[in-house]
Design a protein around this ligand. Structure first.
Ligand code: HEM
Ligand SMILES: *[C@@H]1O[C@H](CO)[C@@H](O)[C@H](O)[C@H]1NC(C)=O
Ligand SMILES: *[C@@H]1O[C@H](CO)[C@@H](O)[C@H](O)[C@H]1NC(C)=O
Length: 511
């Protein structure tokens, strides 16, 4: 008779043997996750469209009946994870090996984003930058930003009164104001601010170059050495244009702070407080610490525009779903009353739900930022080779009806609420919108609060509706978005009008 112990030993041996054989077979035959066949040399380059790749990846998962698929982009292995489960298992639970980035020759070497923590390889340099970033954004610091966020939201309301058709410009201005003021103590100009202009141009370069497969040079790094006049080397000219702004970006506002400190005119900001601390506790490595500080401030500066995309989606949703808007306005009125504007002390669960739904419905970065794996791994019996690029498909995850309930293509804030109208804590939050594992967006708290106060403020006093054409027929927004790493809704025509005369007075008195 076998004792329990024997059973245990036997099953241990068998399962170890099974794992060993399985792993041997996988290594020996290197069975990659399924995916389309592809052509010689270029592999699947033609299977991945230049726009809305995330939808194509979802289709591939259906076709191959696997939530993990693999592609070959001109010799590079790209693994796409199309489910929360796969992302949890790999990017979260094994984040020790899944937190690298591919080398990004276009972005880092040619366009000049090498100072950006978001694109650094996993290692000591990234760790140091991330640590300094988190120090500057610990909760006690984030609280200091609230007055500026509030003021920026209220200025937004006034601008919407003057020129509602330029709402997108006003949203950009608001995001720029928050970041330039909190990070550097810079007051932005009402129009054509040079600092806002720089961040917009850099953001554009980033949006268009960061996705895997956007530029051939990312798969064939030697292409970065071909001369600009060569046929097909247009990307080098483009990169050189962008790099002028991108290389200068970390220095321009930082030099402003340095000068202001010398002149004694510096306002309190992340930069000024951190520089004070560095100089007080001087330990000989000041220059290095200042360089890291300069770099992480510039990441905030270049990352601020992402909130514009989220708020653009909010404007779109309010135009298309008037019933949702009506409920949201009622929720704000109930919490705040109608004679003042919302602030951070107001508890408005419906607005909490709106923020979540905006981030879910049209994720700002549908494919996040691509990760890379540093060691060979095996998942569900498939071989995942060291060095492979790994994409967490945030769109697929946030539109999965098994997680977020029915009709995920529709804007339904109620999916986040309990019957009593409180946030449903059972529901998985939309954190996939902010990426995964050790690389998850460290600015997400600040981003969510800026979005929250802007949404609450707009709802308190404005009514957004479809514009009528000459025949009195409502103009339907196209709902189109730009495509790239960061996606923006293309501004649509709509009417943005004060909800009442009372609201108009509240707006005029704000700030
Ligand atoms: C709605 C607004 C925002 C969204 C949707 C967003 C989304 C993301 C995503 C998807 C990533 C990549 C995570 C990964 O690799 O898995 C990321 C990284 C990052 N974000 Fe954000 N972000 C937003 C706002 C901000 C803001 C306002 C800041 C700065 C204050 C910021 C700073 C960063 C930084 C520094 C990284 C790089 C982290 C790293 O690679 O270690 N983000 N963000
Ligand atoms: C990953 O972690 C989650 C939660 O901690 C757990 O439910 C899941 O089973 C883990 N997956 C693996 C492969 O360990
Ligand atoms: C607000 O807009 C909705 C359409 O989105 C419209 O039905 C309603 O009458 C408007 N309310 C006010 C006060 O203008």
């Amino acid at each position: 008779m076998f004792s329990h112990l024997h059973y245990l030993v036997l099953s241990f041996i068998l399962s170890t043997l099974y794992l060993a054989i399985n792993s041997y077979i996988n290594r020996r035959y290197k069975i990659l996750p399924p995916g389309p066949k592809g052509l010689p040399l270029i592999g699947n380059l033609l299977d991945v469209p230049k726009t809305q790749e995330w939808l194509t990846f979802i289709e591939m998962s259906r076709k191959y009946d696997s939530d993990i698929i693999s592609l070959n982009l001109v010799g590079d292995t790209v693994i796409v994870l199309n489910s929360l489960r796969a992302v949890d298992d790999l990017l979260e639970n094994k984040s020790g090996i899944y937190s690298d980035r591919p080398p990004f020759p276009m972005l880092n070497d040619l366009v000049g984003f090498h100072w950006n923590l978001g694109f650094m390889r996993y290692g000591p340099r990234w760790k140091e930058h991330r640590k300094v970033f988190l120090q500057q954004f610990q909760p006690s610091e984030v609280l200091l930003h609230r007055p500026v966020e509030l003021q920026a939201a209220r200025q937004l309301l006034q601008r919407l009164l003057d020129s509602p058709d330029k709402y997108e410009r006003h949203l950009r201005h608001m995001a720029g104001m928050i970041i330039l003021s909190t990070a550097y103590g810079i007051d932005v100009q009402p129009e054509d601010d040079p600092y806002v202009d720089i961040s917009e141009r850099a953001e554009k370069a980033m949006a268009l170059t960061a996705n895997k497969g956007s530029f051939l040079v990312d798969s064939l790094p030697f292409l970065k050495y071909i001369p600009e006049f060569f046929p097909g080397a247009g990307f080098k000219k483009q990169a050189r244009e962008w790099s002028k702004v991108v290389e200068a970006m970390p220095n321009i506002p930082y030099d402003f702070v340095k000068k202001a400190r010398v002149d004694g005119t510096a306002r309190s900001s992340i930069a000024s407080r951190a520089l004070d601390r560095i100089e007080e506790s001087s330990d000989g490595d000041d220059e290095e610490r200042k360089l890291v500080l300069r770099n992480i401030l510039a990441v905030c500066y270049s990352g601020a525009d992402t909130t514009v995309s989220a708020l653009g989606s909010f404007m779109l949703a309010m135009t298309i779903y008037p019933e949702v808007q009506k409920k949201a306005q009622a929720a704000v009125d109930e919490a705040v009353g109608r004679d003042r504007l919302p602030d951070f002390n107001d508890d408005i669960p419906y607005v909490d739900a709106l923020v979540r739904e905006v981030l879910r419905w049209h994720p700002v970065t549908p494919l996040g930022i691509v990760h890379a794996v540093t060691e060979n791994d095996i998942y569900k019996g498939y071989h995942i080779p060291a060095g492979a690029a790994v994409i967490g498909n945030a769109w697929a995850i946030l539109h999965d009806e098994t997680t977020y309930g029915p009709r995920t293509d529709q804007f339904i804030p109620e999916r986040w609420l309990t019957d009593e109208g409180k946030i449903n804590r059972q529901m998985r939050d939309p954190s996939a919108a902010f990426g995964f594992g050790r690389r998850i967006c460290p600015g997400r708290d600040m981003a969510q609060w800026s979005i929250w106060i802007a949404i609450a403020s707009i709802l308190a006093v404005y009514n957004i509706s479809k514009r009528l054409d000459e025949k009195g027929i409502p103009i339907e927004p196209s709902g189109e978005y730009t495509s790239g790493m960061v996606c923006y809704p293309i501004p649509h025509e709509c009417d943005i009008l004060p909800r009442s005369e009372e609201a108009r007075v509240v707006i005029q008195d704000a700030v």
